[in-house]
Each structure stands twice: as C-alpha cells, then as structure tokens.
Ligand binder design. Sequence first.
Ligand SMILES: C[S@@+](CC[C@H](N)C(=O)[O-])C[C@H]1O[C@@H](n2cnc3c(N)ncnc32)[C@H](O)[C@@H]1O
Length: 254
Amino acid sequence: MSLSDADPTATVATLRAAGCVFAEDEADLLHAAARTPGELREMVRRRVAGDPLEQILGWAEFHGLRIFVAPGVFVPRRRTEFLVARAATSLRPGAVVVDLCCGTGAVGAALLTLGDIDLYAADIDPASVACARRNLDVPVYQGDLLDALPEDLRGRIDVLVANAPYVPTDAVALMPPEARLHEPMVALDGGADGLDYLRRLAETAPRWLAPGGVLHVETSVEQSGVALGILRGAGFTATVDHDDDLDGTVLTAH
Ligand SMILES: C[S@@+](CC[C@H](N)C(=O)[O-])C[C@H]1O[C@@H](n2cnc3c(N)ncnc32)[C@H](O)[C@@H]1O
C-alpha cells in the first residue's frame, strides 16, 4: 500500500514548522515512499530531526537517474552534474574512466549513460563502496585515492573524475546540519584550505593517466585560483569552468 493518495496537509504543516523550505514537495515524496502510516510517521520524525531527505527516501535524483543513497553516505549534489557535463566532453568510445572518491557512484552512473566507456570507481569509505556497488555494475575498489586502483590501470586512465572533499576544515562547522551531522567528515573536510586532496591528486595523477589523459575535479569558485596554481605547478595545463545555473565549478587538467 502506498500513502500517495492520502492527504499530506498535516505532513506539510509538520515539515514547514520544522523549517523545511520545500515542505509540499517533500511531503509528496514521503507519502509516495511510505508503505504504512507507521512508516510515514517514522520518516517524518527523521526529517524533522534533520536527516537528509535523500537518506530517508533511500535515493537521490542525479542527472535524471535515481541513485541509491545509504545512511551515512554523501548525498550527491545537483552542482556535481556540471562535473559530469565537463567529463562528458572528454569521453571517447572505450575510454578508461575512473570515478575517484565516488561516494554513491552517482558521477560514474551518469557517465555510463553518456557513452560506451570502461568505468572503474573507488572510495576510502566502506559504506560508500557498498553503496556504489549497488549503483554501479562495474569494479568499485576501496582505498586511499589512486592507491585503491589495481596496478594494471597505471598509465591507462583516459579520464579521471574526482569530487573529492574540498570544504576547508574551519568551514565544515558552518555547513547545514544535514551535511555536518549526517554525512561523514571524511566526505567533507578537505584540509586547512580545502585543497589537500587536489594537491595529492596533482602529484600522483600523472603516473596513472594515459598519454593525453585528462583530470576533471570539482572545486569552488573561491578556491579556483589557488587550485589552478597547484595543477599548473605540477606540470598540468589547467582551466576552470563555472556553471551559474548549477553553481558548479570544475577544474580540467591535461
Ligand atoms: C564530496 S564526497 C563526493 C562523493 C561523490 N563523488 C559525489 O559527488 O556524490 C567525497 C567522497 O570522497 C571520499 N574520500 C575521502 N577521502 C578519500 C580518500 N583518501 N580516498 C578515496 N576517497 C576518499 C569520501 O568517502 C566521499 O565519498
């Protein structure tokens, strides 16, 4: 039984009182997802307590796909659809593509819809790896950045895509409670200036990229100047692009 036909007025009022900006939309989604009144009550209770909607529903919409989201795993953001769009410009049939720091695997799943590619994914967090394995029918490795990958990919990656953590440590405390209380710190904290992961990637990626390979990394507008300097200092030709509609910012490095 779905409760989608039941009157969601009371749910809307409860969610609105709790500060949910999109109370009507969220109430519709919760009513459609709950199979019993008890389940609906529990879902509303969790939402009022601040759990991310996507973790309650068990899925997030990303690039037109329904991506499975496990509790405690980073919820894919709409702005990351711009990372997909930038990476799409680098795809060729048969390209070896790696979705690094994959979280749910949303970026990789989106790229799989765009071309006939040879995709691999990796993340350090076991819950993310398990979640990505449900979303992706490709090898998903667990480990630290590129060290997670099998040796036979060394020097063979045509397109390396990463939405690694890039929030400066001091800024994590300023994030909405949904993120800082319900997503793991390992998914958010990018070090003092938010660029620790980019520095490590700039140093290690050249050993893993194929000749002519390309690196696409999400960043923020504020960080983009320093980020370009890091990539260029490591010998890359690097550019930055921003999409106003999605508010996404992506570095591209050859
Ligand atoms: C900002 S989230 C992005 C997740 C996913 N790519 C997305 O866009 O939805 C960053 C991800 O990096 C992973 N991560 C953090 N440190 C890592 C490391 N040293 N090696 C691999 N993955 C790491 C986290 O577990 C998290 O899933």
